[in-house]
Design a protein around this ligand. Sequence first.
Ligand code: HEM
Length: 423
Amino acid sequence: MHMETQTGSKPIGDFNFLDPALLDDPFDYYRALHEQAPVYLMPETGMYIIAGYDDLRTILLDTETFSNNLDGYGMLQGENWKVHQEILEERGWPDLSTLNFTDPPTHTRYRKVADTIFNPKRIAALAERIEQLCNAQIDCFIDRGECEFVSEFAFPLVGTIISEQLGLDSGQMGQFKKWGEAIMAPTSRVMTVEELRENAETIVEMQQFIAGKLDERRKDPRNDLISALVMARGDDGEELNMLELQSLMRQFLSGTYESVVTMISHGMLILLRNPDVMAKLRADLSRVPDFVEEALRYDSPVPGLARVVTRDTQVGGVDIPAGSIVMTRYAAANRDPAKFDDPGKFDMDRKNRAHHLAFGNGPHFCVGRALARRELNLAFTTLLTRLNDIELARPLPDPLHVPHALLRPMKELPIRFTKIDMA
Ligand code: HEM
């Protein structure tokens, strides 16, 4: 039996962050955090979760106190992570901290390279190709009148775009999925030594492939992101070395795949659950970017990442000792009632919808956000242009999401629809 607090939420201590049911539907938990403890030391993880919008922004901007210099992939694995590292050292390339695992000024060097590769001009030039791929994916299932949206639209679309950009053939997309999942698997749960060994073998396989592609592009550059990476120079004018390149590629692969697939899938789910929103968009497709921004706020596909605290500090009146880990819970901050009125309501007309922190903020502000927004906007514009009467084809699985502390992958989204005659 739960006692309810004055505010209506059950006491924060009654929630367990690692419970798959909570991860599947975390919004009551976020509400309880806002009401009772916006900075909260979770007994089940030993981390401080940050739910308040202003507190989170302060943390993201203060890289001296809240450092990214932590083993982002192995954080949950304790001593067993060594096994993983040894395999990479023996047969692949050992981890080197770059970009999201560094602080300025080291970070600035890698960020310059990443910003060059993902610059808005280069991304704008991909628009035509992205639209073609949206249409090609829809062509595969439109005559059937139904599809499993995650595996037949969101994943192959995002997978093909990034495969093309990173030098894989789309025929190798299965590989790509396997690698993307392997990169993030250790961040989702505690794994056994055997699982970590297998995971490291998969990472080595990916590294060997990447090394080959980098070599090919060095000799014969093309108009893709991987060629831009090979040609990039650090701030010292030197090319990046293999360890740096491997580390960056790993972050590009993990950043691109899961988060955009999840956001496209959640965007569709939001449309199904809010027919008024779908109607509004159909009537005026120029509102798609507003829909996308509100969807990023409403159900953020990278719910949280982490920082390590470098000195004793205080956040929101709570003392946090040096050495602590804080979980930067973007998804909770985006539901903070102090920032967003009636945060549980999907409202694409809200004025401050674009102030969400779904892409973070500060020096680590998502480098792929222009690409992600381009993919999302084109995906929904194309879908609404070609499909009518979209509805759920059968009940959703329960739980709907694969349990994950930092991401929010959806298992499936079966839909049916009628075809819009384009003649
Ligand atoms: C809807 C899709 C996406 C979401 C919600 C998202 C979210 C985020 C967030 C929250 C951060 C900040 C990390 C921090 O605070 O430390 C981040 C950083 C990053 N994202 Fe994304 N991302 C998305 C798509 C992409 C894409 C398409 C790429 C392309 C490669 C990408 C690559 C990266 C990289 C490399 C960083 C690290 C940047 C740095 O440390 O300077 N992301 N992303």
